[in-house]
Design a protein around this ligand. Sequence first.
Ligand SMILES: NC(=O)c1ccc[n+]([C@@H]2O[C@H](COP(=O)([O-])OP(=O)(O)OC[C@H]3O[C@@H](n4cnc5c(N)ncnc54)[C@H](OP(=O)(O)O)[C@@H]3O)[C@@H](O)[C@H]2O)c1
Length: 315
Amino acid sequence: MRSKTVCLIGGSGFVGRHVASLLCSQGLSVRIPTRRRELVKSDLIVLPTAEVIEANIGDPQVLSESIAGCDAVINLTGILHETTKGDFQRVHSDLPRKIVDVCRANEIRRLIHVSALKAGHDAPSEYLRSKAAGEQQIRAAEASMVQTTIFRPSVIFGRDDRFLNLFAKLADVAPVIPLACPDARFQPIFVEDVARAIVDNLDETQSYSKTFELCGPKQYRLRELVAYVCAIRGLRRHIIPLSTRLSYLQASILERLPGKLMTPDNLRSMQVDNVCEGAFAAKFGFEPRALETIVPGYLAKHSVDQREDSFRLRA
Ligand SMILES: NC(=O)c1ccc[n+]([C@@H]2O[C@H](COP(=O)([O-])OP(=O)(O)OC[C@H]3O[C@@H](n4cnc5c(N)ncnc54)[C@H](OP(=O)(O)O)[C@@H]3O)[C@@H](O)[C@H]2O)c1
């Protein structure tokens, strides 16, 4: 059966907006529950077949009402740090369990879940361990005829990313960048490639019960990525690689500041190389795009995106 209506849980976020747009472009109806409809609706309102609903999906009854009548559910909820103790468990593990329960109860037969590369029960960070617990909850759905697919992306880049944009903002104001975990390795993937992999596999029976890693074509150390961002911004910045001890000291200070730019748990995630084992194209039939072909389009000082942003600010 081809899916016609898809519930995108976490669809208001960075990846979700791209998945929603791709699904709508293929004529599918998309329902997006969010706790902050007023804030996100302007980004999603232009999508002709998307419906954004205000919903606290932590409540199983509300979650059930949100997905009722859909043919498939895609779960994109995730957090990078906890606001209150236990948030990782609630968002990454308890919520997937509730999603599985309501899929069963509503006889929804297709569930796609986005986890994280290197999620594991023995992983060094709570983030990665809770992501592994969530995958386990999702897999349990298969016992009751819900077909599942799990995607595990490395760090994702794109116009609204919170990774390269963060370093760009930092480089704009700081002549010196003290960099934690400078040798951490990543294999960044473009957000539109992530969205395509998810949407292409929505009705693909070959993807049932599978877990796919999602990486771009090239691996980088964190210090290389930051140097690249500075170069793209046309800025000469001094990057100071921090030792492990100083990295954790910096993270424990940043954790206490508003916005929590970095936490010790984030650093523990970076102890594991965030890179893929196998080839991407063989699995999906398209080549993931190189960072160097995309990032200048939104981070370079004179890019159209940057010009539009400055016009928006002035307006
Ligand atoms: N971005 C990356 O580099 C990256 C890398 C690896 C894995 N991932 C995974 O990919 C998925 C999508 O990431 P993203 O970057 O698009 O995330 P995002 O922009 O932060 O969006 C996360 C979404 O999760 C929802 N959410 C967060 N906390 C929630 C809670 N307590 N209850 C209900 N909903 C909650 C938010 O919905 P509301 O509208 O209700 O706030 C939001 O739509 C996540 O699972 C993330 O862990 C992302």
